[in-house]
Design a protein around this ligand. Structure first.
Ligand code: ADP
Length: 461
């Protein structure tokens, strides 16, 4: 079915990204927007904007009825959920379909199955994909202890690192389970937990996949996402460096098997933990599958030279993937830096406030997917992602030189951001050599905050 008009059920930078992709395909966009977001860049560039309610996400971006009604009322044929909010909520996908609209994403059944970490682990392992030793908490403390410490308690319905507790020893186990269950119940209305073996130095590597309604599934390579704080990503790169070709081939194979296990259609990401990755037989474990477009999709777009949002929209309208795996090849290197409103000197705590000046970033090989401008008020209602800076080079060294150059120019005033962290990161030998793992940041970063331009006197050497 042809999509003529699309409801964008999201905000911020991803709303802009969806509006732009729709425009490429001649699709009109209607932005569903909360009170506090009216007047922001996405609301000004959409073909049409509809206010869906108060600023609290529960009364706007998380209200399924309001969003479905907004789509019907504005004569949309399709709904794009973006990431976050309702993007991995099977009920939303089901209600959109029930209303006779196209949900730009996989089937609600695939979302439901992969959204349950325990079900997902069992399903992919039946296909031969390796999973970490782990068991549901119902199995009892003795069985859990037999996994050996350290352990990681996780919410079965979890996301964004919530409901997660690292457990070093037996005496911490019961309390960690209690706390995680409480947090999971509050955040996801589901207090089921699983406990996994905790890995001390793995890398987070994920594979971008696409499936269509004709059963074709392809991959678009991997992304390295090991630079994290609070189990959440800050920097992503494509391709991953220091990753043996055998390991890559296995990751692609496992990602496609995981997608097949739920008859996957649309854009999806299969996440893995990888030990070292330098040796051909480096261990790999399935982590989870994200059944939506990811924040970090632009690095894949840059090296595979494909517009993933356009592809997602075309697949949603029933088209088949217009290329095969052997038609695809990657070139160059891309790195994404997530600019969050956070106090990097205080454990990356989220901040709110007004952007009093923003210089924007630009230059050869530089792309910015962001939603803020001078004067933007960053509220506490939503996640604090302001912008994504994506840099492409013919190789990693060129990409890094370009990052150094843009970080020395970019000025963002009025609100603390993660930019200072990147000014520090870009000079770290481990980062430059690719010797990082998911715990590298917490083990090495002590809150350094090198200043950028416009601060202090210019030193002429
Ligand atoms: P969420 O869905 O909440 O984002 P994930 O299962 O995707 O949770 O894990 C998020 C991050 O937590 C991973 O990128 C990794 O850094 C860390 N993590 C998850 N499982 C483990 C594990 N078993 N051992 C060590 N770290 C882990």
């Amino acid at each position: 079915m042809k999509i003529k008009r699309l409801l964008v059920a999201n905000r911020g930078e991803i709303a802009i990204r969806i509006i732009r992709a729709a425009r490429q395909l001649g699709i009109e966009s209607v932005l569903a927007c909360s009170e506090v977001d009216s007047g922001t860049i996405p609301s000004r560039i959409a073909d049409k904007t509809i206010c869906i309610g108060k600023s609290r996400a529960q009364e706007s971006y998380l209200d399924i009825k309001k969003l479905v009604n907004a789509a019907i009322q504005t004569n949309c044929e399709a709904v794009h959920p973006g990431y976050g909010f309702l993007s991995e909520n099977p009920e939303f996908a089901r209600e959109v379909s029930k209303a006779g609209l196209i949900y730009v994403g996989p089937s609600w059944e695939a979302i439901e199955k992969m959204g349950d970490k325990e079900f997902a682990r069992n399903t992919v392992s039946q296909m031969g994909v390796p999973i970490l030793p782990g068991i549901p908490t119902e199995a009892g403390l003795d069985k859990i202890k037999s996994l050996g410490f350290p352990l990681l308690v996780k919410a079965v319905s979890g996301g964004s690192g919530r409901g997660m507790r690292r457990v070093e020893s037996e005496d911490q186990l019961e309390i960690a389970i209690e706390e995680a269950a409480r947090e999971a119940k509050a955040a996801f209305s589901d207090d089921r937990l699983i406990v996994e073996k905790y890995l001390n130095s793995p890398r987070h590597i994920e594979v971008q996949i696409f499936g269509d309604s004709q059963g074709n599934i392809i991959h678009l390579g991997e992304r390295e996402c090991s630079i994290q704080r609070r189990h959440q990503k800050l920097v992503e790169e494509a391709p991953a460096i220091n990753l043996h070709k055998n390991v890559k081939d296995n990751l692609y194979k496992y990602a496609i098997l995981a997608a097949k296990s739920v008859n996957y259609q649309s854009a999806g990401t299969v996440e893995f933990l990888v030990e070292s990755g330098k040796k051909p037989d480096s261990p790999i474990w399935f982590l989870e599958m994200n059944t939506r477009i990811q924040v970090e999709h632009p690095v894949t777009e840059e090296v595979w030279n494909k517009d993933l949002l356009c592809l997602q929209l075309e697949i949603a309208s029933g088209k088949k993937i217009p290329f095969t795996q052997s038609d695809l090849s990657e070139s160059g290197h891309a790195i994404e830096l997530r600019v969050y409103a956070e106090d990097i000197e205080n454990n990356f705590s989220a901040k709110t406030g007004k952007v009093t000046y923003y210089s924007r970033v630009s230059g050869a090989g530089v792309r910015e997917d962001g939603w803020i401008e001078t004067g933007t008020e960053v509220s506490a209602f939503y996640d604090s992602l302001l912008s994504k800076i994506i840099v492409k080079g013919s190789d990693r060294n060129q990409a890094i030189r370009r990052i150094k150059s843009l970080l020395s120019e970019t000025v963002l005033e009025g609100i603390p951001t993660t930019l200072g962290f990147y000014r520090w990161l870009i000079n770290q030998e481990d980062f430059l050599k690719g010797n990082v793992n998911i715990h590298w940041l917490e083990n090495n970063y002590k809150g350094e905050n090198p200043s950028g331009p416009g601060y202090g006197p210019l030193v002429i050497e």
